[in-house]
Design a protein around this ligand. Sequence first.
Ligand SMILES: [Zn+2]
Length: 380
Amino acid sequence: MSFTLISTANDSSQARRGELRTAHGTIQTPIFMPVGTAATVKSISPRNLKEDINAQIILANTYHLYLRPGTKLISQAGGIHRFMSWDRPVLTDSGGFQVFSLKDLRKLTPDGVEFRSHLDGSKHFFSPESVMRAQRKIGADIIMAFDECTPWPATEAEALSSLNLTRKWTETAMDWLKDNPPLHGYEQLFFGIVQGSMYPNLRQQAVEHIVDLNPDGIALGGLSVGEPTDVMYDITSACAQWLPPHKPRYVMGVGTPWNLLELVHRGMDMFDCVMPSRNARNGMLFTWNGVLNYKAARHSQQLDQAPDENCQCYTCQNFSRAYLRHLHNAKEMLAMHLATIHNLHFYLDLMDKARQAIEINDYHNWSKNIIPQLQQNIKE
Ligand SMILES: [Zn+2]
């Protein structure tokens, strides 16, 4: 077993403290995984990820790496860790979400998806087998099923036919993996993905199907795709009651700091989202005292104020809001770099504090108190 459930909060919260062992190290959960789509977390180096952010695991994307630079080159390098010089765990998303986001550029068949590259229009075909082969070559520690991310809204009939495709493809992928061992000399964990849109009965069927297949971990996909936040929380709560306690639970593509805390409260373990890194580059910081728009003119004279006075990151320990605002105003690259370091440090710090709160059975109180603070100035 790769996952150990260390404790579950017993203060009217479902929050869990766990450990996930992978070939490149053990991950303490709950955890946030910075997104490094193209084998890089934009604007920062693997050294920053280790020393400034203490990322335990990062995420890369099969669709993007398959198109550029191609999985052959990454395989020749000995896998993604050597290719990008990162020796801690990596998870690759299968690319299902990206392929299905192409809309006009794709054609769905029972065996897979034909699509055109968003880079040069060239034609490609993804099947459950070919996506597993690509992920064997890339060599992440955790690889994901090839699923159809059901768009929202969807009728129940649409959601069911989409779910049936994901179920069939997951079985095909697992059969293929049994016959085709890892290529780079270490084990890869496989996570199945639960779809079913916003229909609890379909989600229940999907969970039961995945549990029967017995993957190393279970992900909830098709959330944060435009549905109201309360619906996302309700679907997650519903799934939590059917999920087995001894498997890690990964909610894909979510979200804000308060979304993460609400989902931890509902018993989820792993998260990824482009939001902290993308928003940092666009001028928005998440802080312990709410959202900060560091582009705003009112920060132009704030020489004595750190972006977040309660943050221990390199950026907040060394630079003022006035300097960060100046860098952004002058379109200097350092603005993106420093802002990304802060936001990712903040997300990892938040998960660290969440783990500590679970350990002392205080998660419910702690999260209820901290969420309104984090949400200050949200419309700034
Ligand atoms: Zn900071």
